[in-house]
Design a protein around this ligand. Structure first.
Ligand SMILES: Cc1cc2nc3c(=O)[nH]c(=O)nc-3n(C[C@H](O)[C@H](O)[C@H](O)COP(=O)(O)OP(=O)(O)OC[C@H]3O[C@@H](n4cnc5c(N)ncnc54)[C@H](O)[C@@H]3O)c2cc1C
Length: 478
């Protein structure tokens, strides 16, 4: 993965830039010591690292605007950062860039149960949004597995999803409005406290724009009343393909579970060793969760079990109460950590039409044998959002490159079968060079023109999302 050479003129002006930033921020909010900047050298895609020029931690929208104004005048690239959990390298700095972290901006600004929204500063973690309203019987639906750590800022930038997004939609379906600061320091409000604000849907453009258009400082989020109850059923199969077919059949039958999660044998074995959730040893496991009143839950679980039984499951285990439900979820929620204990891995994020699951799973198995690298599959199967985890050894020369090539082939396969490069993790640097697989030059040019409008100097989060060759002329303008 290539990054452009940093601007030495900017690096040479570091002292002056830091001094100007210190004029508008508290002293401890400007981190410029070389050792301390290493804390910001990467996000959760740890294969790529580069300490920034400096990092700033503002506490208000006005401070963000003041920082951006200075960086705009000084032609300094800015990389917005939430909690740094991006798996796509979205918050990876360059040596000439300022990291603008919103971690200190984590207040709840307004809660309105009558109109069902909460307004927060975007440094607030995903889980603590629900934490702020759950005692009053409400919750915020999008639930990335990283929800304990990741911030609403990154969720908006990546249009993040999670297990329960099958029913409730991803971030864009639960975002009502944002306050955002443009690169020149202008503060804009998009959307409002209600669905579907008037005018062009600029909120829809901003959600999922990966820090390319502005720094989002406040978000108005839709909250929902907690359902009466929810219960999962665990279904084991002797084959990945059969499990994939079962998912496809559940969706085709018109049942709408809140979640359908999939784990294959490598993941089952790793999570059993790690979390001891009591899963059956089989080739593939599905966790299907439904919610509603006790009658609704019973009805839906019966339908799902009937469909599952048509495919000769190894086991069907319906949770009868909250304890059994937590046990079923325990392994799935520990899966990423468990896989990390046994190997280095790269987590992919392609999305495919659900009916293609059996074929794509088989092809991934074949490619795994061809590349000689193991793969574990754990993903949101209900909406076709695959997360193959390619296992490799970071200390073995050539293994990372082999893993990257294998990952690229899997993502090309996703596009080939009618899906796309990313379901929820975003493009970042990870899939940047694959964008030409999905978009022709005219499509990419149209997207670049959107950025031209918001960030004419191309200073925000440069060298991400779009292939370097397509953006080079624009980046040098900055
Ligand atoms: C173990 C694990 C599990 C995960 N599971 C899921 C999952 O289930 N679903 C899912 O969708 N993702 C998942 N992720 C990926 C990641 O957590 C999400 O992409 C998350 O939304 C990133 O949030 P963050 O605050 O950490 O953002 P960061 O990593 O800090 O940044 C992500 C992107 O957002 C931009 N950005 C940050 N702040 C702002 C801002 N204020 N304004 C504009 N742009 C900004 C950055 O420039 C970058 O491009 C997982 C990650 C890990 C490590």
């Amino acid at each position: 993965m290539q990054m452009p050479a940093p601007d030495q003129m900017v690096i040479g002006r570091k002292d002056r830039i830091v001094a100007r930033l210190q004029e508008v921020l508290p002293r401890d909010a400007v981190i410029h010591d070389v050792m301390e900047t290493r804390a910001y050298e990467c996000d959760a895609l740890t294969a790529y690292k580069c300490p920034p020029l400096c990092a700033v931690l503002p506490e208000t929208t006005e401070q963000v605007a003041a920082v951006l104004r200075i960086c705009h005048q000084e032609n300094v690239p800015v990389v917005p950062r939430g909690a740094g959990t991006s798996l796509a390298g979205g918050a990876l700095p360059t040596a000439d860039s300022v990291i603008l972290g919103v971690a200190r901006m984590n207040d709840v600004l307004e809660t309105d149960y009558d109109n069902r929204f909460v307004r927060v500063q975007t440094g607030r973690t995903n889980l603590s949004v629900t934490g702020a309203v759950e005692t009053d019987g409400f919750f915020y639906a999008p639930d990335p597995s990283s929800q304990l750590a990741c911030a609403i800022a990154g969720n908006i930038a990546m249009n993040s999803g999670g297990a329960h997004c099958l029913k409730y939609g991803v971030t864009t379906n639960n975002l009502l409005g944002v306050r955002m600061v443009l690169m020149d320091g202008t503060i804009v409000d998009l959307g409002g406290a209600h669905m579907d604000a008037g005018g062009i849907d600029l909120l829809g453009v901003v959600c999922g724009s990966e820090g390319q258009l502005g720094v989002v400082t406040e978000a108005t989020l839709r909250i929902l009343p907690k359902p009466e109850g929810a219960l999962p059923v665990l279904i084991g199969y002797d084959s990945n393909e059969v499990a994939g077919q079962c998912v496809s059949d559940i969706i085709q039958a018109g049942v709408l579970p809140v979640a359908i999660e999939f784990m294959d044998r490598p993941c089952i074995e790793a999570t059993e060793a790690f979390a001891k959730a009591g899963y059956p040893m089989c080739e593939a496991l599905l966790i299907v969760e439904v919610e509603g009143s006790p009658d609704e839950i019973a009805h839906q679980l019966d339908l799902i079990s009937e469909i599952a039984n048509r495919h000769n499951p190894v086991e069907i285990r319906q949770a009868a109460d909250a304890d059994q439900a937590a046990r079923i979820w325990l392994g799935r929620k520990s899966a990423f950590g468990a896989m990390g204990q046994i190997n280095d891995y790269m987590c992919l994020d392609g999305t495919i039409p659900v009916s293609q699951l059996p074929y794509v799973l088989r092809r991934i198995g074949e490619m795994s044998a061809e590349y000689g690298l193991g793969v574990g599959n754990v993903f949101h199967a209900g909406d076709g959002n695959m997360h193959p985890l390619i296992l490799f050894n970071a200390n073995k020369p050539g293994d990372l490159e082999k893993c990257e090539a294998f990952g690229a082939d899997i993502l090309r396969l996703c596009v080939e079968v009618g899906g796309c490069l990313t379901g929820e993790h975003g493009v970042g640097v990870e899939k940047r060079d694959l964008m030409t697989t999905q978009f022709d030059p005219e499509d990419i040019e149209a997207q670049l023109r959107v950025k031209d409008v918001f960030d004419p100097k191309w200073l925000l989060n440069p060298a991400k999302v779009f292939p370097l060759a397509a953006t080079q002329a624009r980046r040098t303008v900055g």
